[in-house]
Design a binder for this molecule. Structure first.
Ligand code: NAD
Length: 262
């Protein structure tokens, strides 16, 4: 199937590792012109080298923190001057910290709002006018399957990711007539540094092996394993493509069946 992404200008944020990096790789394989960002200069440089070596594609890597309004504006400016107006925006960021209602401080609420909600709103507002002018665009948010089934001890993520869903759904109908589609991908447990760090941490904390910690997670997943980051990226690429031309306002779980909802 021709996804029609050849030559498209794509921005994937928070993409030096994990799901963001796998998504950038997928777009490069489709022949898109891709811009990525991350906070960490060394990690970003390494990702740039690996992605270009793997694909020979057109890739721009800009150091930027998605919570910083000035850096985000400069990121969009650099991406647009290198590759033209952004046609596909993938809003990704690190996740908010865990904790229950007693543990979370007021500043954690504020910072996590900036990270999870404001970053997506701000970036989207910067690129939408050009998408609307062109009569074509895709905004895809990376969320979590916890928007379908809240996870214990994840008060910030469970709350703020639902705000993103409400915003995305509302926006999808506001911009539908201009040819811009807005969707959200909701990954389940995925094999990335983030999850590997969690496995290590829980293994030390509970005095059990990492394999045992992993089994407690995958036992609850019908497909009985973690996702590969590429499997999340595949759905993002599809949503960006011409093949998904009648999909908007959706929140699609890619979770191996983990969320027990219909
Ligand atoms: P990861 O830790 O492997 O990679 C995160 C990337 O985001 C890195 O490139 C990091 O440099 C970048 N980043 C973090 N904060 C940033 C910021 N403020 N500005 C710019 N870049 C920043 O994470 P991942 O596992 O790929 O997760 C990506 C998203 O998907 C997160 O929101 C996470 O909560 C969510 N998610 C992950 C899983 C999973 O199992 N891995 C499951 C559900 C949801």
């Amino acid at each position: 199937m021709d996804f029609g992404l050849q030559g498209k200008s794509v921005l994937v944020t928070a993409a030096s590792k994990g799901i963001g990096k796998a998504t950038a790789l997928g777009f490069l394989r489709e022949g898109a012109k891709v811009t990525i960002c991350a906070r960490d200069a060394d990690g970003l440089k390494l990702a740039h080298e690996e992605l270009v070596a793997a694909t020979g594609g057109q890739l721009l890597a800009i150091q930027a923190d998605v919570t910083d309004a000035k850096q985000v504006a400069e990121l969009v400016e650099a991406a647009e001057s290198a590759h033209g107006p952004i046609q596909v925006l993938v809003n990704n960021a690190g996740g908010p910290p865990p904790g229950d209602h007693k543990a979370i401080t007021e500043s954690q609420w504020t910072n996590s709002f900036e990270l999870t909600v404001q970053s997506a709103v701000r970036l989207t507002n910067l690129v939408l006018p050009e998408m609307e002018k062109a009569g074509w665009g895709r905004v895809i948010n990376i969320s979590s399957y916890s928007v379908k089934q809240p996870m214990d001890n994840m008060m910030l993520s469970n709350s703020l990711r639902l705000a993103v869903l409400g915003w995305a759904k509302t926006l999808s109908s506001e911009v539908a007539e201009s040819g811009v589609l807005v969707n959200t991908v909701c990954p389940g447990w995925t094999d990335t540094d983030r999850v590997n760090g969690l496995l290590q941490h829980q293994s030390l904390e509970h005095g059990v092996s990492e394999a045992e910690v992993l089994a407690t997670i995958t036992d609850k997943v019908p497909l009985n394993r973690l996702a590969h980051a590429e499997e999340i990226a595949n759905v993002i690429i599809f949503l960006a493509s011409e093949a998904a031309s009648y999909v908007t306002g959706a929140a699609i779980p890619v979770d191996g069946g983990a969320a027990r909802v219909v």
